[in-house]
Design a protein around this ligand. Structure first.
Ligand code: AMP
Ligand code: GLY
Length: 423
């Protein structure tokens, strides 16, 4: 079977890599892919933009591709799934209507209210009205742009002045609507669940590290590292997450006649009292969570994705997982998440791989004719290690990162620090 993966990040490299571990998959095509998918065995890039739906549909037909997996939120929000399904092509991902769970924070809040899902108290405003509300509520408070903002649409304000400045900053950003939200305390975890629209099943929990700086300081990023599983999420807590969050949300989506066959990603705050509350939903696999969840999956990924597309997830036996832990350390371009330079030669990927790490590439490309991998984005590599316990996985991920160099390379030295405080 041949699969097409849409996207060019670390998540898509991890999806392609995991699919190629399956005995059922002989080839993966990535549109447009990156340096990692360009150089992986049995994988090939096609230079089509993620919103070139016609080009992607033609490639699927011409190349005899059996399944399309959509990585990023942007093509999902633009309706790639609707487009491909209308042409009878098998595609894993929610429709445009379903993708609103991520593309409109105010709509997601309506769904949560309807489903009675625990989440931060919030209200939706225009910029002017938001300021009055902030004055009345006080700080800390959280300001969110309504639409997609590539991880840059949320500001956690510690003072009223910061909150007012955040309103100014975000009201120009993609949407005039703002969601103002109660600040939640606790530990964040990501639970990625797969659904065929009728049944929903969680994958193992992961923890991201969203801030650029060590000790969780500085600006928000797309994610600087992750680990899985997360000991804080016990079996008992996962059962509550399923009952109180995942199942009611799916039911509410059904009530809106939304046929959701893809990933429902719940970004959760586990409060100091131990209760799970939703911070946000995403309509896709997380990045870098995918880079730690999928390497631990023992069930062939294509079997799960196809069961979702064909609406027979209920019949699938429980997913099998490898024992142990996975850790991913992201190496970023100097300056990220602000301006950074591109085109820096990356050295040491082979050495890191020889040490047993999986180097998932994100913002990279293969420069011709030298066949040199160079930087091409903010988050450049996700260096992942799997081991029989967390401490070994972390040591081996960092050992591998130290083999890699490129000009301006930055990585956090404290990925996984929250694991230790949970233990
Ligand atoms: P989001 O894009 O909604 O995930 O927000 C980005 C980050 O902002 C989250 O991962 C949290 O760290 C933080 N955040 C968002 N909403 C809240 C909230 N209500 N309380 C505390 N932190 C939040
Ligand atoms: N790691 C955060 C996200 O994928 O949105």
């Amino acid at each position: 079977m041949k699969v097409l993966v849409v996207g060019n990040g670390g998540r898509e490299h991890a999806l392609a890599w995991t699919l190629l571990q399956s005995p059922n998959i002989k080839q993966v095509v990535c549109t447009p892919g990156n340096g990692g998918t360009a150089t992986m065995k049995n994988c090939q890039n096609l230079p089509l933009a993620v919103d070139d739906f016609a080009g992607i549909a033609n490639a699927v037909t011409d190349q005899g591709i059996s399944l399309v997996v959509v990585g990023p939120e942007v093509p999902l929000a633009l309706g790639i799934v609707d487009y491909l399904r209308q042409r009878n092509l098998a595609v894993f991902g929610p429709t445009q209507a379903g993708a609103q769970i991520e593309s409109s924070k105010s709509w997601a809040k309506e769904i949560m209210t309807q489903a009675n899902v625990p989440t931060a108290k919030s209200q939706t405003f225009t910029a002017a009205a938001a300021k009055d509300y902030i004055q009345a509520e006080g700080a800390p408070i959280v300001i969110k742009a309504d639409g997609l903002a590539a991880g840059k649409g949320v500001i956690v304000a510690n003072t009223v002045d910061e909150a007012i400045a955040a309103v100014e900053e975000l009201s120009g950003n993609n949407s005039s609507k703002l969601v103002i939200e109660e600040f939640l305390r606790g530990s964040e975890v990501s639970v990625l669940a797969v659904t065929d629209g009728k049944t929903i099943r969680p994958l193992i929990p992961a923890q991201d590290h969203k801030r650029i700086g060590e000790g969780d300081t500085g600006k928000n990023t797309g994610g600087m590292g992750a680990y899985a599983p997360v000991p804080l999420v016990t079996e008992e807590l996962m059962a509550r997450i399923e009952q109180e969050i995942l199942q009611p949300t799916l039911k509410a989506l059904n009530q809106h006649n939304i046929d959701y066959r893809g990933v429902l990603y719940a970004g959760l705050m586990i409060t100091p009292a131990g209760d799970p509350k939703v911070i946000e939903f995403n309509c896709r696999f997380g990045d870098p969570e995918t880079q730690v969840v999928l390497p631990l999956l023992d069930t062939p990924l294509d079997e799960i994705l196809l069961a979702c597309v064909e609406q027979r997830l209920e019949q699938l036996p429980p997913f099998r997982w490898k024992a142990g832990s996975a850790v991913c350390v992201v190496a970023a371009s100097g300056g990220y998440p602000d301006a950074y330079e591109k085109g820096k030669a990356i050295r040491g990927i082979a050495e890191a791989t020889q040490k047993g790490a999986i180097v998932f590439q994100a913002g990279t490309k293969l420069q011709q004719p030298e066949q040199q991998i160079v930087t091409d984005g903010g988050r450049v590599l996700g260096v992942t290690a799997v081991a029989d316990n967390f401490e070994r996985a972390i040591a081996s991920a960092y050992d591998a990162v130290r083999s890699i160099q490129f000009e301006g390379m930055y990585y956090r030295r404290d990925i996984g620090h929250k694991y230790r405080t949970q233990k």
